[in-house]
Design a protein around this ligand. Structure first.
Ligand code: BEZ
Length: 250
């Protein structure tokens, strides 16, 4: 998917803001070599680097990496896929925020992360968990179906596992899971058209190749259908469910 890195930093900077808690869980130490897997435009990479750790950020999106390099020229950023990235036993820690749910080839991603960690190293992650944005997905699916675009529902590219599912996968690849939590996070969306803008940023593959007028009318209908449950306190909210895990290569 092609990313709009400016839109990501302006209207959707809650992704990095919420990730700051995950940095605390990582507890980076001076001199540690840390990989930020799916670094986006680098805001969290820079926060981790401020601890004195040596950071590398990777992301599949060239737009995101170009923007990260511009913002933080002192940090090493590379366009790379987590499922192919190889630096065996190189990192003291791997950090990943809001990325792993995009990787459908989760087995390869986990295998590579395991290989790339030193023995004793840790993986600290947050991703969408089971039930994440369920209401939004179901509103998109209903509207697409109603207008004869039902086949597009399978364009979905996300993987939202339960604790049991993801912890088992990590264990099967050699990790020891030390901490795991699944929780709801009602996420306030910044703009007046919060749901429409969220879908334009993260769910545009559902509407690939459609003309702009059709997309806008479908998005308006989806947003209206979510008004009773997703608009409150004068703001749109996404029904996020998060999965946070700390696992070690012991
Ligand atoms: C998330 O961070 O939960 C998420 C982001 C984009 C699409 C789907 C989920």
């Amino acid at each position: 998917m092609k990313w709009d890195s400016i839109l990501y930093d302006t209207k959707h900077n809650f992704v990095s803001k919420y990730g700051e808690d995950v940095v605390q869980l990582l507890n980076p130490q001076k001199g540690e070599i840390i990989l930020d897997a799916g670094c986006g435009t680098g805001d969290l990479t820079a926060i981790i680097a401020a601890s004195g750790a040596i950071l590398e950020g990777i992301d599949l999106s060239k737009e995101m990496i170009d923007h990260a390099k511009e913002k933080f020229p002192g940090i090493s950023f590379t366009v790379a896929s987590l499922t192919e990235y190889e630096k065996p036993e190189f990192y003291d820690a791997i950090f990943s925020n809001a990325t792993l749910h995009w990787i459908l080839d989760k087995e390869n991603a986990i295998e590579k992360m395991f290989e790339n960690l030193k023995y004793g190293g840790r993986l600290v992650l947050e991703m969408g968990g089971k039930g994440n944005v369920r209401e939004i997905i179901s509103a998109i699916a209903k509207t697409l179906k109603k207008h004869g675009f039902g086949e597009r529902i399978s364009n979905r590219q996300w993987y939202f596992p339960s604790i049991g599912e993801y912890a088992s996968l990590l264990e099967a690849h050699g990790f020891t899971v030390e901490y795991a939590v699944h929780f709801s996070r009602e996420t306030e969306l910044k703009s007046e058209d919060g749901i429409k803008d969220w879908i334009k940023m993260f769910g545009k593959d559902f509407f690939e190749g459609m003309d702009k007028t059709t997309v806008d009318s479908l998005l308006t209908e989806i947003q209206s259908s979510l008004f009773p449950t997703r608009f409150y306190s004068n703001k749109w909210h996404a029904d996020y469910k998060r999965l946070r895990i700390v696992a070690t290569k012991s």
